[in-house]
Design a protein around this ligand. Sequence first.
Ligand SMILES: *[C@@H]1O[C@H](CO)[C@@H](O)[C@H](O)[C@H]1NC(C)=O
Ligand SMILES: *[C@@H]1O[C@H](CO)[C@@H](O)[C@H](O)[C@H]1NC(C)=O
Ligand SMILES: *[C@@H]1O[C@H](CO)[C@@H](O)[C@H](O)[C@H]1NC(C)=O
Ligand SMILES: *[C@@H]1O[C@H](CO)[C@@H](O)[C@H](O)[C@H]1NC(C)=O
Ligand SMILES: *[C@@H]1O[C@H](CO)[C@@H](O)[C@H](O)[C@H]1NC(C)=O
Length: 283
Amino acid sequence: MYTPQTLILAATLLITADCATPNVSLVVPPAVKISDTATLDCKLEPFKGTLHEVKWFKDGTIIFQYKPAEVPPGQSFNVPGINLDLDKSNSSRIVLSNVCPNASGLYGCEISTKEPFFRSTLHTAFMFVVDVPEEPPTVKYRQVNANIRAECASPPSNPPINITWVVNEGKTYRGSDTHISTHINATRNHPQVTLSILELFYRDAYKYGMAHVRCVAKLFDLYHKEAEFVAFDVETFTLPGQKKLVVYPASKEPVPLEKHFVIYFLLVVVVVGALYGYVWYKS
Ligand SMILES: *[C@@H]1O[C@H](CO)[C@@H](O)[C@H](O)[C@H]1NC(C)=O
Ligand SMILES: *[C@@H]1O[C@H](CO)[C@@H](O)[C@H](O)[C@H]1NC(C)=O
Ligand SMILES: *[C@@H]1O[C@H](CO)[C@@H](O)[C@H](O)[C@H]1NC(C)=O
Ligand SMILES: *[C@@H]1O[C@H](CO)[C@@H](O)[C@H](O)[C@H]1NC(C)=O
Ligand SMILES: *[C@@H]1O[C@H](CO)[C@@H](O)[C@H](O)[C@H]1NC(C)=O
C-alpha cells in the first residue's frame, strides 16, 4: 500500500508545509553618509533546506546574485552609481563601498531554496545617501508681551531635516498653548530647507519669567544640532532666590497659605491622636 515513493512524497509535503512561510529578514540602513560603506543583510529565518539563489535589486534593477552552484557564486551587475564590494558580499550580505548620492533608492532581495523548494517574495527597504550638512539651524524670534513667535530654519538637506521644539526642557510646555507649523518646499530629490514656526501664547511657557526655547534639528542619527534663545517676560521675571518664584497659569489660582495651615494642623492632630491612642491601649 505505502510505497517508499508515497512516503517520500508525504514527507516532502510535510516539510514543505512546515517551511512554507519562513521570514525574510532584510536589514537596510535607513541612511548613510556620502562616501561611507553600506552593509545590507538579507536572510531566511529560520533557514531550512539548500540555498538555490539570492538576488538583490535596486529600484527594480538587479545588482547582485548569489548562486552556490556557480563558480564564482557571487556575481555583480554593472549599475551606474553602485560600487558593490564583491569580496565582502556573500549569500546573506552585500557591501556597497564609497556610496554616492544616486545610490539612494529602494533596495530589495529575493531568496529561493531547493529541497524543500521555496521562493520568497521581493522584500524592499529604502536607503538614503545623505550629504550631511555642517551648519546648525538658525532661529529668530519676535516677542509681543508674553507671546512669542519663533522661526527655525534648517540647512538644506535631502531628505529634509526634522525639527522639534523644546520649551523650558519640556517642564512648563503645554501643547494646547502653542502652535507649531512646519513648511518644506515640495521639490523632490533636491536639498530642501525645513522651516518651522513656533507660536507661544500664554505665560505658562515661562518659568521665573523666562522661556528657554530650543530648536532641535535631526537627520536620522547622522545629524543633531540645535539653536536656542531665552525670552523674558518683564511682568513675571524674577531672579532665582527671590520670593516670586512660581508663575501661576492664568486659569489656576494659587492655594492660599491659610488653607495649607489648616490641612497641616488637622494632619498633626490626627497623627498625635493615633499615637496617644496606641500608647494608652498598650498600657
Ligand atoms: C515570521 O514572523 C512572524 C511575525 O514577526 C512570526 O509570528 C512568525 O512566527 C515568524 N515565522 C517564522 C517561521 O519564524
Ligand atoms: C551616479 O553618480 C556618479 C558619481 O557621482 C556618476 O559617475 C554616475 O554617472 C551617476 N549615475 C547615474 C545613474 O546617475
Ligand atoms: C557573510 O559575511 C559576513 C561578514 O563577513 C558574515 O558575518 C556572514 O556570516 C556571512 N554569511 C554567510 C552566509 O556566510
Ligand atoms: C519655498 O520656495 C519659495 C519660492 O520658491 C520661497 O519664497 C520660500 O522662501 C521657500 N521656503 C523655504 C522654507 O525654503
Ligand atoms: C523624522 O522623524 C520621523 C518621526 O520620528 C522619523 O520617522 C523620520 O525617519 C525622521 N526623518 C529624518 C530625516 O530624520
